[in-house]
Design a protein around this ligand. Structure first.
Ligand SMILES: CC(C)(COP(=O)(O)OP(=O)(O)OC[C@H]1O[C@@H](n2cnc3c(N)ncnc32)[C@H](O)[C@@H]1OP(=O)(O)O)[C@@H](O)C(=O)NCCC(=O)NCCS
Length: 190
């Protein structure tokens, strides 16, 4: 289970809790957000609570909620950890509530997760992928130092919605990302 809080200029990255269900439902229940994600749009808050509870099980990856410092709103979530597809790489992903797109939050959060992986675990090789039409996500990956390497295949977790994906990789020294505010502290166990 993730046990760190990361502070950046505008965000706090912290573990998601079951109490976050209402806030998380704002984006996982929004088809505009879920369209290019592996999960199907959540239709009931109980499904969100179940997913959040599952994050308490042992995981290889670090799952973070992204809290906007300015108003304390949980605006998105993401994760980073050893890739199941690219040997020796750490993979990351993210999603944000729709009214928070286009403000650089995904880039800020992803750079923070990469720098966390670099500082805590010495990770330098990163990968990610997006469904072909989701070019904004590819742009985030490029801004984080990754480059397109090949096409792949995407389906949702239930095997539906087959689409072409764009796969990205990069060797990045994320400890060098300029971060005006940068702090990693332990998350209190509850
Ligand atoms: C993809 C997503 C995470 C991007 O979040 P964001 O906070 O808006 O991203 P950022 O603002 O950090 O960066 C987006 C960049 O893409 C650019 N962009 C936006 N729409 C674009 C488009 N249609 N094509 C190309 N670039 C685009 C933005 O201009 C910005 O680049 P810039 O900083 O050079 O101007 C967000 O749209 C989202 O949550 N989408 C739904 C879930 C999802 O698709 N997750 C990713 C799955 S791979």
């Amino acid at each position: 289970m993730n046990s760190f809080i990361i502070e950046t200029e505008r965000l706090l990255l912290r573990p998601l809790e079951t109490e976050d269900a209402e806030a998380v439902f704002q984006w996982v229940g929004d088809e505009r957000v879920s369209r290019y994600m592996v999960y199907n749009t959540y239709t009931e808050i109980g499904q969100v609570r179940k997913w959040l509870a599952s994050l308490r099980e042992p995981h290889d990856n670090y799952n973070f909620g992204f809290v906007r410092k300015e108003d304390g709103l949980l605006i998105g979530s993401g994760d980073i950890g050893p890739s199941g597809f690219c040997e020796g790489y750490w993979a990351f992903g993210y999603n944000f509530r729709h009214d928070c797109w286009g403000k650089g939050y995904a880039t800020e959060a992803t750079k923070a997760m990469m720098r966390f992986a670099a500082e805590k675990f010495g990770i330098t090789r990163f990968c990610s992928s997006h469904v072909a039409p989701n070019t904004a996500s590819g742009h985030v990956m490029e801004k984080c130092g990754l480059t397109y390497v090949r096409d792949g295949h995407f389906t949702k977790l239930d095997g539906s919605c087959p689409m072409v994906s764009k796969e990205y990789e990069g060797t990045v020294d994320a400890t060098k990302f300029p971060m005006p505010v940068w702090k990693i502290t332990p998350y209190p166990t509850r």
